[in-house]
Design a protein around this ligand. Sequence first.
Ligand code: FES
Length: 272
Amino acid sequence: MDADQQGVIASPVAIGSSRGGPVDHTLRRDRWWVRPAATGAALLAFAVYSTWAAFTNTHYYAGPTVGRDYLSPFYSPCISSNCAFKFGPVVGSWWHLSPALLVLVFPLGFRTTCYYYRRSYYRSFFRAPPACAVPDAPKRYSGESRFPLLAQNLHRYFLYFALIFNVVLTFDAVEAFRFPGGFGVALGSLVLTVDAVLLWLYSLSCHSCRHLCGGRLDLFSQHPWRHAIWRRLSVLNKYHNRFAWASLFWVAFTDFYVRLVASGAIHDPRLF
Ligand code: FES
């Protein structure tokens, strides 16, 4: 039974238009552009702030002078000898630029190749496509099979580095509970802890992480541990977009908070 026989009036429609057409060649009448515009603005704001923070090379460590042990996540791990924190040096005294420039390529590479962010910035910045049923701006589409988008396939390798970085940032969070008189808790301790937790949730909910644990298996029944881990990661995976945004915002906020404390602009309240 076709649609007319069921009493439904079927009208032929052409959704969108050909590739490379203007975005107003769409049948959509809702405000479809709000989401890509807001996403683009948020990603741009993060890019501007993180670039400034990485190059500024000051106030990234709130140390003994303010009675704290907080390192900005943008500068962690601190691996050059010109770094104010004590983790290094892995890189010798020949490095004179900001220590953040040595490490940021890994978390940024992880984020820019993330499947969720790809979808977001392809829509917001490349309009490929801007939204469902809205024409693509590019006239041709070769997917991610050619340079430079071929590099998106490096995502799984960035994941390995991200997991190592998470261990280091967890160490930083634990250090944030260390005070001159011993163990304690301040607002900054909690800020760094939330940062580490969100980064773990973001990494563990990653599609590549899920595949790493449960992919390429013919029979889950022969790998009960991997199946158990895969099932738990699958639960996290459903919320990957939320963890992506929450961790993005919080990592910038953590850097900002450490700066305020390190520069003496605010007093970091001690809870006990
Ligand atoms: S898919 Fe987003 S971090 Fe891997």
